[in-house]
Design a protein around this ligand. Structure first.
Ligand code: BGC
Length: 400
C-alpha cells in the first residue's frame, strides 16, 4: 500500500527531478563517503535500503558481499544515485543464482525505473530480464556482461582484456622473458569463475602475452593445465583456489621443483594461491603472484612481499560512470561515445561497440582503464588518489 502511494508520488515528481540530474565529474571517492549507509551487512534480498526522494527508483543487484569488491561497488553506487536524488533499492544475492533471480524479480515488482545488474552467472538471467523488458525497464549490465538476452541496453565495465594483459606483461617483465636465453621458468595459471564472462577476457589477455613464451619452452607449466577450462575457480572462491593449488604443489612440485610465477586472475584467487604456497611449497624463492581488485588482505600481502601486484580498478569511478549512463538512459537521450564528453568524467574511459557480444548482438560498452599496483606505487595510485588511507597498522584500507 505504502509502495503504491510512493509510486504515485514518484510519477508526479519524475519530470521535475530529471531536469535536475547531472552527471558528476568527481574522480575521487570522497563524495561517495559522505552519505549514510543503510544497507544491512547481510546478503539477502530482504536487506533492501530505501530512501524516499524526488528522483527515479533505481534497482541495483549485486552478486554477493563475500567477495570484497562488490561491497565497495554496492556502496559507491548506492551513494552516487542517492546523492543525485534517486531512490535506491539494492540487493546482494549471496553468490546464489536462484537468489539473484528472485532479487531481480523483487526489484521489478517494486517498479524500479532502471536496473543495474552485476550477474553471478552471466547465462542465467535471460528469463528474469525478459520480465524487465516487458515492463520497459532498461537494464545496464554492470561490470560483468549478461549473456543471451536483448534486455540489456548497455554494458559498463573496465577493459577486461587489458586487465589480463597487464598481469601477463608484469610476469613477462619481471622474469625478463625476452632475454631469458636458455633459462626456463615454471608458471601455474589460476583463472576466475567460468560462469563470469569477464573471466575469459582476463585469461585471454594474460595468455596472449604469455603463450609465445610457453610455445618457445621458456615458460613451462608443470601441471600441464594451460586451458581456461582447467584453471577455473568456481565463484572466484578463495578456498577452491587454495585446494586446487595445494593439489598442484603436491603433485608437481613436491620433488623440490621451483615455481617462479603464479598468474592469478584476481585477488580472491591470489589469496588462496598465496595460502597454498605458505603451507605446501618447499621453495624459498619469492614467487611472482598477480591479482586484481586491491582487496585489503591482498594489499597487505603486497606490502609484506607475499603478492607481487594487483590490477586496480577504481570502482568509485565505475559508479560515477554508471550514474551518468543511467541518468542519460532515464532521460531518453541517445547514449553513445558523446556521453564521455558530456559527462565530463575526470577519468579515462572508452566507448566500445565491438568487443562485447552477448549472443544477441554487440552490446555498446563503456570501459574504464585499469592500472597495475605494486608496493612501489601503492602510495601514488591508491593513497594519494584518496581511494584508500594508510592505516596506523601500515596497511591500506579502502575509503567508502
Ligand atoms: C570482476 C573482478 C572480480 C571478480 C570476482 C569479476 O567479474 O570484474 O574485479 O575480481 O569478478 O569478484
Amino acid at each position: 500500500m505504502k509502495k503504491q502511494v510512493l509510486s504515485l508520488l514518484m510519477a508526479g515528481v519524475m519530470a521535475f527531478s530529471l531536469m535536475g540530474c547531472t552527471s558528476s565529474g568527481n574522480n575521487g571517492p570522497q563524495s561517495a563517503s559522505t552519505k549514510q549507509q543503510e544497507t544491512s551487512a547481510k546478503d539477502s534480498s530482504k536487506q533492501v535500503s530505501k530512501t524516499v526522494s524526488a528522483g527515479n527508483k533505481v534497482g541495483i543487484s549485486m552478486p554477493t558481499k563475500t567477495l570484497e569488491r562488490w561491497n565497495r561497488d554496492g556502496s559507491y553506487l548506492e551513494n552516487k544515485f542517492k546523492e543525485a536524488g534517486h531512490e535506491v533499492l539494492i540487493t546482494y544475492s549471496d553468490n546464489k543464482i536462484d537468489q539473484q533471480v528472485k532479487d531481480i524479480e523483487g526489484l521489478i515488482a517494486d517498479n524500479v525505473n532502471l536496473l543495474i545488474v552485476a550477474a553471478i552467472d552471466g547465462e542465467s538471467l535471460s528469463q528474469v530480464l525478459n520480465q524487465a523488458k516487458e515492463k520497459n525497464i532498461p537494464v545496464v549490465a554492470y561490470d560483468r556482461l549478461i549473456m543471451n538476452t536483448d534486455a540489456i541496453s548497455y554494458y559498463i565495465s573496465f577493459d577486461n582484456y587489458k586487465v589480463g594483459t597487464i598481469q601477463g606483461e608484469f610476469i613477462k617483465n619481471k622474469l625478463d622473458l625476452d632475454n631469458a636465453g636458455d633459462k626456463k621458468y615454471n608458471i601455474e595459471l589460476t583463472c576466475g569463475d567460468p560462469a563470469d564472462n569477464n573471466a575469459k577476457f582476463f585469461f585471454g589477455g594474460a595468455i596472449d602475452v604469455l603463450k609465445p613464451y610457453i610455445d618457445k619452452g621458456i615458460l613451462v607449466v608443470p601441471s600441464g593445465q594451460t586451458e581456461f577450462e582447467q584453471c577455473g575457480t568456481a565463484q572466484w572462491d578463495t578456498s577452491k583456489a587454495l585446494s586446487r593449488f595445494q593439489n598442484i604443489l603436491g603433485s608437481y612440485y613436491s620433488d623440490g621443483k621451483v615455481l617462479d610465477a603464479a598468474l592469478c586472475s584476481n585477488d580472491s584467487t591470489a589469496l588462496g594461491v598465496t595460502q597454498a604456497l605458505s603451507s605446501d611449497y618447499a621453495g624459498t624463492n619469492e614467487v611472482i603472484i598477480t591479482g586484481q581488485d586491491g582487496d585489503e588482505p591482498n594489499l597487505a600481502n603486497i606490502i609484506d612481499g607475499k603478492q607481487s601486484m594487483t590490477v586496480y580498478k577504481a570502482v568509485a569511478n565505475e559508479a560515477i560512470a554508471t550514474l551518468s549512463l543511467g541518468e542519460a538512459i532515464l532521460k531518453g537521450e541517445t547514449v553513445d561515445a558523446s556521453l564521455i564528453e558530456k559527462a565530463k568524467w575526470s577519468f579515462e574511459a572508452s566507448y566500445n561497440t565491438e568487443s562485447y557480444d552477448n549472443g544477441t548482438g554487440k552490446i555498446p560498452s563503456f570501459l574504464l582503464v585499469p592500472v597495475a599496483v605494486t608496493k612501489e606505487n601503492i602510495q601514488k595510485e591508491l593513497i594519494d588518489t584518496g581511494y584508500y588511507t594508510m592505516g596506523s597498522d601500515g596497511y591500506p584500507h579502502p575509503v567508502n
